[in-house]
Design a protein around this ligand. Structure first.
Ligand code: ADP
Ligand code: MG
Length: 238
């Protein structure tokens, strides 16, 4: 059963069509990266997968189930954004617990999930701090922790590293790769950064102006870009 399947997905805002006939399968456990220039529809596509936007046409399947009419909270996904969107008045622990509390999960389950996530992310020492007392990288780890505790089948990342400086970006990228191995969850990851795409992806999806231009492994795209556009993004100079 694929983790995610998109069939003939279109999305318009008013008369502007921003996603055009998107067809894509993400196999269970895959790390799939969407790349493409600013405005090509990457975030919109993630939001359609998450259910934050409705597709104008087409079908979204998660774990084999058609989820077009299922709200984000019941899609079995968790999303990590570029801006951390942590609650400043809540501790790290409370920020990480919030989603599970809203789902009315039992206290001991919440406790053990937060414990496990904070070990994975090396946040144990910071659980009682507030976001303002953390570095940018630590805040982003809390945001990732908030996603992990829900134990989603599918993680959606929207440029999660773009607010971090270069060194931290590399560390956090390595952590996300480790996380993927540890959790063996499926991940869909949006970036406009070539290095992130090449190092993280099992499969890269190149988007251009709302369409899929090419799909392949990093090496396939690098060695055999379908056209100048893909070559310009990822390919060898030839
Ligand atoms: P990316 O994430 O690749 O930079 P987006 O998905 O954010 O691109 O945007 C794709 C296009 O859709 C852009 O032209 C953007 O202006 C437009 N768009 C995105 N969200 C909305 C919205 N809520 N209403 C109208 N237009 C939107
Ligand atoms: Mg975007």
């Amino acid at each position: 059963m694929p983790a995610l399947k998109l069939e003939n997905v279109y999305k318009s805002f008013g008369s502007v069509e921003v996603l055009k006939d998107i067809n894509l399968t993400v196999e269970d456990g895959d790390f799939v990266v969407f790349v493409g220039p600013s405005g090509c529809g990457k975030s919109t596509l993630l939001r359609v997968i998450a259910g934050l936007e409705d597709a104008t046409k087409g079908d979204v399947f998660i774990g084999g189930e058609q989820v077009n009419d299922i709200p984000p909270s019941r899609r079995g996904i968790a999303m990590v954004f570029q801006s951390y969107a942590l609650y400043p008045h809540l501790s790290v622990k409370a920020n990480m617990s919030l989603g599970l509390k809203q789902e009315k999960q039992p206290k001991d389950l919440i406790e053990s999930r937060v414990q496990k996530a904070s070990e994975i992310l090396s946040l144990n020492e910071y659980l009682d701090r507030h976001p303002a007392e953390l570095s940018g990288g630590q805040r982003q780890r809390v945001a990732i922790g908030r996603a992990i505790v829900r134990e989603p089948k599918l993680f959606l990342f929207d440029e999660p590293l773009s607010n971090l400086d270069a060194a931290l970006r590399m560390n956090t990228r390595i952590e996300i790769a480790e996380l993927h191995r540890t959790l063996s969850a499926s991940m869909v990851y949006v970036t406009h950064d070539q290095t992130e795409a090449m190092t993280l992806a099992d499969k890269i999806v190149v988007l251009r102006d709302g369409r899929i231009e090419q799909v392949g492994s990093p090496m396939e795209l690098y060695n055999n870009p379908a056209n100048q556009f893909v070559a310009g993004f990822l390919g060898s100079p030839a």
